[in-house]
Design a protein around this ligand. Structure first.
Ligand code: FPP
Length: 263
């Protein structure tokens, strides 16, 4: 992706343009994962019901999915609903599912236009048939797209994913002495996808909340005070710029990876 292409979409003279001009498009994070947090607080600040925060959060999802594809991110994973989120009041859970279905219905054209491939990670088989139906349509219709991979983590738990992967490896009859980290990765929901380079969390909480526990082993973490419904392209660009200033060492020493030219 080039700066010129991104600039055709960004309002001239905006803070986004200033940020975009600083990005090194040769060193983008390949996979960006986001813990979308703060919808409830955003609503509370405005004396609105929590569901209004989720509704506003959909605009952020729309903006960030399109921005990520335009910036040139290869994989974007959004944490939409955790295995623990079923503990929320029934009306809130129902609203989240309704918003998700509506998002998929309304945004399918945009996903297709932007060549985005959509997938779900998590125990999707436990979701209700109407939600699964909508997800299946999105997955099927975007299956041949070759651009950004967009994962929605739904009914997702990092520990549940590791347990599911272990069960699958056993069911596949993999002998214990042949099971190493590389092979194990083939049984995760994200099989075949690179691990996140950059994990973003909104609303200032310093937690990983059971998200992609296996895959974030070496991810750079960037936390912003911005609440998810306020998160837009410029925040994504800020996160990318912060990421590009980091010295990724993967447990090695300071300068060797840079000197060798390997990220
Ligand atoms: C966290 O805010 C947000 C969620 C649990 C749900 C995020 C889901 C959406 C934005 C809608 C559906 C998603 C997609 C991808 C279409 P919170 O309620 O925990 O906020 P709080 O911590 O301020 O209470």
């Amino acid at each position: 992706m080039s700066l010129d292409r991104l600039l055709t979409w960004i309002p001239p003279g905006s803070p986004d343009e200033t940020l975009a001009r600083q990005v090194d498009f040769e060193r983008l994070p390949v996979h960006v994962a986001i813990i979308m947090d703060g919808n409830g607080r955003w609503a509370a600040q405005r004396h609105l019901p929590r569901i209004e925060g989720h509704r506003a959060g959909i605009d952020s999802v729309r903006d960030v999915v399109e921005s990520s594809a335009r910036v040139g991110i290869d994989v974007l994973t959004l944490y939409a609903f955790s295995v623990e989120n079923w503990k929320r009041p029934r009306t809130e859970v129902n609203t989240l599912m309704t918003l998700l279905k509506r998002y998929l219905r309304l945004e399918l054209d945009t996903l297709l236009k932007n060549n985005i491939r959509f997938r779900v990670i998590g125990r999707s088989e436990e979701l209700s048939p109407d939600v699964r139906h909508e997800l299946d349509i999105g997955i099927r219709q975007t299956a041949n797209n070759t651009g950004m991979q967009f994962n929605i983590a739904l009914n997702y738990g990092g520990r549940a994913e590791i347990v599911d992967a272990a069960r699958r490896a056993i069911a596949a009859g993999i002998p214990a002495d042949e099971l190493d980290e590389h092979r194990f990765g083939d049984f995760l929901y994200t099989a075949g996808q690179p691990d996140p380079d950059l994990l973003i969390r909104t609303s200032g909480e310093m937690r990983v909340s059971n998200f992609l526990l296996w895959q974030i082993a070496y991810s750079e973490i960037w936390v912003t005070e911005t609440l998810w419904p306020d998160f837009r392209c410029r925040h994504l660009l800020e996160a990318i710029l912060a990421y590009q200033k980091r010295d990724r060492r993967y447990g090695g020493i300071h300068t060797a990876p840079v000197a060798l030219g390997v990220e």
